[in-house]
Design a protein around this ligand. Structure first.
Ligand SMILES: C=C(O[C@@H]1C=C(C(=O)O)C=C[C@H]1O)C(=O)O
Length: 188
């Protein structure tokens, strides 16, 4: 997937998506290692990362604007190809270090009424909005196996649709190895 980031190991990689962790594990057994906690953690991912921080959590917005989703994203969202969506790419950083790269595709239908606020999130985490509004419901998590580009590059990812009535947006989170290689579980 093309990414706007010039820092190559911090750019969003191409990934294959699997409906279950077990299916992804056949392609990369690393899903059963320390990353597993992060691939499966329920509730807001932002909250889980904040619990892992010693000092400060912040969202570093790398890109946001209207653009075309990839063909695979459009299929997952059941959108016709080449229809504009609001696309947001961020780094989720803990204690000053990037831990996760996230890409969110928000079809135009999700941006009506009060959800127009999604256009102006800035560095406020998307999860804080989605999990505070009872109209949004998360669908099942998928596990992504990324194309390997360098040792510091994300190798594993997770994504899910968030539904609001007939509308849905797609949130994909790519784990940087620094997140799970030092301390796999925030409760440890
Ligand atoms: C969906 C969530 O929101 C997080 C915040 C994001 C953002 O601000 O763009 C992107 C991905 C998420 O990990 C969450 O916290 O679960």
């Amino acid at each position: 997937m093309p990414s706007r980031d010039s820092d190559t190991h911090l750019s969003i990689p191409a990934a294959h998506w699997y409906r279950s962790l077990a299916a992804a594990g056949l392609h990369n057994p690393e899903v059963h290692g320390p990353a597993r906690y992060w691939l499966q953690v329920e509730g807001s991912f932002t909250r889980a990362l904040q619990r892992r921080c010693r000092r400060r959590f912040h969202v570093d917005v790398r890109y946001q604007g209207f653009d075309f989703p990839t063909p695979e994203e459009a299929r997952r969202l059941r959108q016709p190809p080449r229809r504009y969506a609001w696309i947001r790419e961020v780094r989720l950083c803990g204690d000053g270090e990037p831990w996760v790269l996230a890409r969110t595709v928000i079809p135009l239908g999700c941006l009506e009424g009060p959800n127009r606020v999604l256009l102006n999130l800035g560095s406020r985490p998307l999860g804080a909005y989605l999990f505070s509004d009872p109209h949004w419901h998360r669908g099942p998590l998928e596990t992504g196996v990324c194309r390997l580009e360098s040792p510091a590059h994300p190798r594993l990812a997770r994504r899910s649709l968030f539904h609001n009535g007939a509308d849905a947006l797609l949130v994909s989170e790519y784990l940087l190895p620094t997140l799970y290689q030092s301390s796999p579980n925030p409760d440890l």
